[in-house]
Ligand binder design. Structure first.
Ligand code: IPM
Ligand code: MG
Length: 369
């Protein structure tokens, strides 16, 4: 089959390299068993890039990222870089990738896998079967709005400014992603903002309503962000797809992630629009961070990264069948009772990151047999 699928690996910091090592194992499996090969390049992002180049993302790396079919990122950051200049901090590299690649739609699924439904901090009946997709706008809003600064006040003290700003086209394009996904799922979309307080919320609601007219079959609801946070912990199964801005999306996606009882298991995709030739840029990464406390100990959970690779197959390469295979292997490996430390439960078998990756490939073998 075609070998023109170009991937850029950016393992990053902390547990990033370990979990991405297990993604490589799955890619090798695909190569051998499914005859799908990928051209892979690897580069630095985050703290390791600061150590090597004094910047968390070099222009050269960004240039490579722009020209591959998909970027697979591990995690960035750690205490070692807590005191570096703000403009080169590890997170800046990640934000620059999102912004400069115009990856405006951040898809964050929160699914509760059957084997994990008793691991949530909520009662099992509230979360079993949970399947939410959060679409977070990721190139605008308070993260990038100008002015953004801290200035000295004449009488002493300082004044800090972040600017929450959205234009009609920015809201339109991310809402469309929300409606399209809702159409492929349960047919319901919650558009979330603070129209009661914020001008950006007023515009957001207006634009979502307008775009909604193009999707008469989708059941559109508007919800204030604070109420959404409350509803997520009260009755999360009322949601199908949620579309929201950058800052609310950051917060609500962490909240939704925790409902599943396993932050270490959640993948994400961040996508651009398609250009004239139909090409779409994309970056895939686990929702969890770099976990410096366990880095290098072979204890991390590689499943979020592996599920992010499944999203790569689904969204960048139109390989739904192979993506389903990986999703099913994850379900099976958990059903077999294997657990990394972060999701350990009574009576289950504690395994290392490496062992989890191997066991996942054993499940893939069985499924493909
Ligand atoms: C996330 C993270 C990032 C964000 C940080 C690391 C900059 O929290 O991807 O949710 O705030 O977007
Ligand atoms: Mg976050």
């Amino acid at each position: 089959m075609a070998a023109n699928k170009k991937l850029l690996f950016l393992p990053g910091d902390g547990i990033g390299p370990e979990v991405m090592g297990q993604v490589r194992r799955v890619i090798d499996w695909m190569d051998q068993r499914r005859h799908v090969s990928f051209d892979m390049e690897e580069d630095l992002v985050g703290g390791c890039a600061i150590d090597a180049h004094n910047t968390s993302l070099t222009d050269a790396t960004l240039d490579t990222a722009m020209n591959v079919d998909a970027v697979l990122l591990g995690a960035v950051g750690g205490p070692k870089w807590d005191n570096v200049a703000r403009d080169i901090r590890p997170e800046a590299g990640l934000l620059r990738l999102r912004k400069d690649m115009d990856l405006f739609a951040n898809l964050r699924p929160a699914t509760c896998l059957p084997a994990m439904s008793d691991a949530s901090s909520l009662r099992e009946e509230l979360v079993s079967g949970l399947d939410i997709m959060i679409v977070r706008e990721s190139t605008g809003g308070a993260y990038f709005g100008e002015p953004k600064m801290i200035e000295d006040l004449p009488g002493g003290g300082q004044r800090a400014v972040d600017t929450q700003v959205y234009t009609t086209p920015e809201i339109e394009r991310v809402c469309r992603v929300g409606f399209e996904l809702a159409g492929k799922r349960g047919g319901m979309l919650h558009s979330v903002e603070k129209a009661n307080v914020m001008e950006t919320g007023v515009l957001w609601r207006q634009v979502a309503t307008e775009i909604g007219k193009e999707y008469p079959d989708i059941d559109l609801h508007h919800m204030y962000a604070d109420n959404c946070a409350m509803q997520l912990v009260r009755a999360p199964k009322q949601f199908d797809v949620i579309v929201t801005d950058n800052l609310f999306g950051d917060i609500l996606s962490d909240c939704a992630a925790m409902l599943t009882g396993s932050l270490g298991m959640l993948p994400s995709a961040t996508l651009s629009g398609a250009d004239e030739s139909g090409r779409q840029r994309a970056m895939y990464e686990p929702v969890h961070g770099s976990a410096p406390d366990i880095a290098g100990e072979d204890k991390a959970n590689p499943l979020a990264s592996i599920l992010s690779f499944a999203m790569t197959l689904r969204y960048s390469f139109d390989m739904a069948e192979d993506a389903d295979l990986i999703d099913q292997a994850v379900t099976n490996v958990l059903a077999r009772g294997l657990r990394t430390g972060d999701i350990m439960q009574d009576g289950k078998e504690l395994v290392s990151c490496t062992r989890m990756g191997e066991a996942l490939c054993e499940e893939l073998d069985k499924l493909a047999a």
